[in-house]
Write a protein that binds this ligand. Sequence first.
Ligand SMILES: *Cc1c(COP(=O)(O)O)cnc(C)c1O
Length: 458
Amino acid sequence: MTDPRSPEIGSWRVLADVAERSQRYLNDIGERRVAPSRDALAGLGAFDVPLQEGSISAEQIVEELDRIGSPATMAIAGPRFFGFVNSSALPAALAANWLSTAWEQHGGFFVSAPGSTTLEQIALRWTIELLGLPPAAKGAFVTGTTLAHVAALAAARDSVLARAGWNVETNGLFGAPAITVIAGAEAHATLFKALGIVGLGRGRVVKVPVDSQGRMRADAVPVIAGPTIVCVQAGNVNTGAFDPFEDIIRLVRRSDAPAWVHVDGAFGLWARVAPARASLAHGIELADSWATDAHKWLNAPYDCGIVIVRDGDALRKAMAINADYLPSEQANPSDYTPEVSRRPRGVDAWAALRTLGRSGVADLVERSCRLAQRFALAFSDAGFSVLNDVVLNQVLVSFGDAERTRQVVSAIQQDGTCWCGATVWQGRTAMRVSVISWATTGADVDRSIAAILRLARG
Ligand SMILES: *Cc1c(COP(=O)(O)O)cnc(C)c1O
């Protein structure tokens, strides 16, 4: 047998090499095409070889990944990717991710990850404070808002049914009283996925009509009776709009039905941190649970979502496990997450918060919103229709009919100066611009506007 620590496969020298290659990749990213070239994508075929018999050195692996893989990436880490709601990792957060991966801590239990668990708890406390949520709320770091929905909705389900005299942990949902689930007609697709996973069904949701911005109409919320979960949204994925939280939550609290209000605040919840935007999310602190992402506006690397629940015991009851060999003296992250073995991804969020500070987070949110307005102004000055009220960081623009708009979106993606996606908003095809990266400057926005207008007028 070969020594597993042979210089071939067991040397840490490779980490200096990977740091240098990553630095080169990130230094150059602002000047390369945003979407990978056709040649780079075709080059991925070189990975498709049969698994060889012998070992290959770590250096060679990294060389292969960088040579074939790096050119075929989408430049999401750069300053001019405006697709979906994808931000780029802050240097401190990426570095913390690397170091904590080197630590190889089992982030499920305090005993096997004392430092990481401490950092995750602090990051969670800072987040709760920054977002102005109830100080006694509990939560955890999960992979994203989708899993934050799953965890929060499981707690919601168990809590409203417990109040109706049914124990879900023991008996499941067979024979349980029905839960009415209410959401806005423009709720995010991941909410329905999560509702399906926790057994509440994707198709039986009562959808409340919305206004032109996708905001739930409080006057159209049905009378709350029986066990009920109401799902509201901070930051519509197309328009950036916010539901009228205070009105809706007041309605829910007026009823004596066992009810729970859950917030999808994947990116919009962070508006709370920027003084000029905070009023958009007024009243959101009155809800029962909140799902958000650190890999969106906080610019932590993937994958990093956050679930926060007012009644921490409800989350713990829905998520905790019992086994004799498992430690239970301290609070364990896995008592609050769907996973047990997990990477302590909250360390990345800790680093992002620690490097930015409170005003850094506020500036990042405010700057993104201002740059979104700059896009919107340039589009309307050029005679194109902006379809949404640009209250946050999202811009929807039409360049004519659906076909023309799709042509422009496809042209800008091929051009490579920046990247924006297409969407259909209330029947109209639009290009969607989402500004959320710490690295995006006014110059990046102007350069992108120039490219988009050149293609849209051509
Ligand atoms: C991105 C997003 C989600 C899903 O978040 P993931 O981190 O991808 O799981 C849910 N809701 C909204 C409004 C989003 O923008």
